[in-house]
Write a protein of this length. Structure first.
Length: 113
């Protein structure tokens, strides 16, 4: 009982990794066709991915990759980063996808146990 980690505010949010990419001056349709769609389709193939949510805006793409709860957050971020490095060649020139902050729905992710 003494070794069970107890948190005052338990983190019930999903295990997620955020990816974003800028391509300034482009319409949402161009962003969707040339950035968001290729990224979201290729990120779906990662191990442990439950779903991929994507949104395209003026000059900006936001993708949230939801992993199974049993997948470690740092393992998930590593897999996404490896895939992003691989996908750099299929994106238009000047588009560099980046990982979002290491955070959860409750704030900054901390792992102190």
């Amino acid at each position: 009982m003494r070794h069970v980690p107890i948190d005052a505010i338990p983190d019930l949010s999903e295990n997620q990794v955020i990816v974003f990419a800028d391509w300034e001056g482009r319409s949402p349709q161009e962003i969707e066709d040339q950035v968001t769609y290729p990224l979201s389709v290729n990120l779906q193939g990662l191990a442990g991915v439950r779903s991929v949510r994507a949104s395209s805006m003026f000059g900006f793409s936001l993708i949230t990759v939801i992993f199974d709860d049993k997948i470690d957050n740092y393992f998930a971020r590593t897999r996404v980063l490896e895939r992003l490095n691989y996908l750099g060649n299929i994106l238009p020139a000047g588009v560099t996808p980046r990982l979002g902050p290491d955070a959860t729905g409750l704030g900054w992710f901390t792992s102190i146990i």
